[in-house]
Design a binder for this molecule. Structure first.
Ligand code: GLY
Length: 394
């Protein structure tokens, strides 16, 4: 055996050992040919899922075979159309485009729902992806409408867009790190409409988040609660992390993605600096498994037996391809490539015998609520497809 194959073998064993420790099914890694056949099988299942105006597939419990379906008001309602648009761009198969056109209107009414900050996820992930494929006046109008709706949740005193309206007995004005993702809708709406207001509100929100949401080690809090009358920070806390001082993996990924995307529209070096610092925290963390797929929270005391979160890894991979484009820092490319290589194996691709419109297994939705633990979840697929596209376009 030559030196190279010896080291490849050792690396293979190390990856396998890490996967076993965290409960990931340990089978031999696929060749890339098998992985692409597996992926193609999974992709096609998105076409077979019937268009249903009442509900969208969000996640699946593989033990009970139950698919969780959600109405348009759910924060994930734009992802299925987004996945179909991205599959069209990846494969060139017009069947995906036809299906995407049918699914895109599903979340349209959310462009006037001011009940949460999630209007960005719901509207932009469907209509924004559609606009990348076809010039459609209705898609543009919907994005601008959505941006107007999102802006109604902005308050000058806090300098931030309010995330949630629930738990009013605990929080006065909660802002969560995930909210950075919704800024893309605002930045794009300014480009589409020429109305600077959307861009300016996005910048104010990003600046407030930059000021208050990060710890000195560049990890971030999940929730910051503000006093809406004075703008003062009341609490730094969590809803989806292990505890207030823990480091919820998907939250870190939202931060890296959100500040990289905000840099795209503003070229503010402070955003780039924060995205890089938080990416470093994530990528160099001693508790990041060898195969690059994080545990759902970097501070879960049950590591290495904690559940993984593939969605955090796919959000990071997609963000890092973009961040690499701005910095030429090879470590971002190395980590993103590692993630998408790791995921293209039968350890992570949903078994081809399972008839459901999902691609990747092992995401964790809401651990404190014991909801969607170690399951296929739609947004992991969305950012995986986006990462594949971004890699292709590099
Ligand atoms: N934005 C909600 C979540 O990441 O679970």
């Amino acid at each position: 055996m030559n030196k190279v194959s010896f080291f490849t073998l050792i690396l293979g064993f190390a990856l396998l050992a890490t996967a076993c420790k965290s409960g990931i099914n340990s089978q031999t890694k696929n060749t890339s040919a098998t992985a692409s056949t597996l992926l193609e099988t999974r992709y096609k299942m998105l076409l077979e899922y019937p268009v249903d105006s009442m509900s969208m597939p969000r996640s699946m419990n593989l033990k009970s075979s139950l698919i969780k379906k959600v109405p348009s008001r759910d924060w994930t309602s734009g992802f299925f159309a987004g996945n179909l648009w991205q599959l069209y761009r990846l494969t060139g198969n017009s069947e995906y485009k036809k299906q995407a056109e049918k699914w895109t209107p599903f979340s349209k009414k959310e462009s006037v729902n001011s009940g949460s900050h999630d209007v960005g996820f719901k509207v932009y992930c469907a209509f924004g992806e559609g606009l990348k494929v076809e010039d459609n006046a209705d898609y543009k109008k919907t994005i601008i409408k959505g941006a107007e709706t999102l802006c109604t949740r902005f308050n000058e005193k806090t300098g931030a867009i309010r995330s949630w309206d629930f738990n009013k007995d605990i929080w006065e004005y909660p802002v969560i790190i995930d909210n950075m993702m919704n800024l893309e809708l605002l930045f794009e709406a300014t480009k589409l409409s020429g109305n600077k207001k959307f861009h300016d509100i996005a910048v104010k929100h990003a600046n407030t988040t930059l000021k208050n949401q990060f710890r000195t080690d560049n990890s971030c809090y999940h929730v910051i609660d503000y006093n809406p009358d004075t703008g003062a920070v009341r609490k730094k806390t969590t809803l989806q992390g292990y505890n207030d001082d823990s480091v919820w993996a998907r939250g870190q990924a939202w931060a890296v993605y959100g500040f990289t995307m905000s840099y795209r529209y503003t070229k503010d070096p402070a955003y780039l600096k924060q995205a890089e610092a938080t990416a470093q925290f994530f990528m160099t963390n001693k508790d990041l498994p060898e195969d690059g797929i994080p545990y759902w929270d970097f501070k879960d005391p049950s590591i290495p037996n904690a559940a993984r979160d593939v969605s955090a890894a796919t959000v990071m991979a997609s963000a890092l391809y973009e961040l690499y484009g701005y910095t030429q820092n090879k470590s971002y490319l190395t980590y993103a490539d590692k993630v998408i290589t790791t995921l293209q194996s039968d350890n992570y691709i949903v078994n081809p015998k399972i008839n459901a419109p999902f691609i990747l297994d092992h995401s964790t939705g809401n651990w404190p609520k014991k909801d969607e633990i170690d399951e296929p979840i739609i947004y992991a697929d969305y950012y995986f497809l986006e990462a594949l596209l971004r890699k292709k376009e590099l």
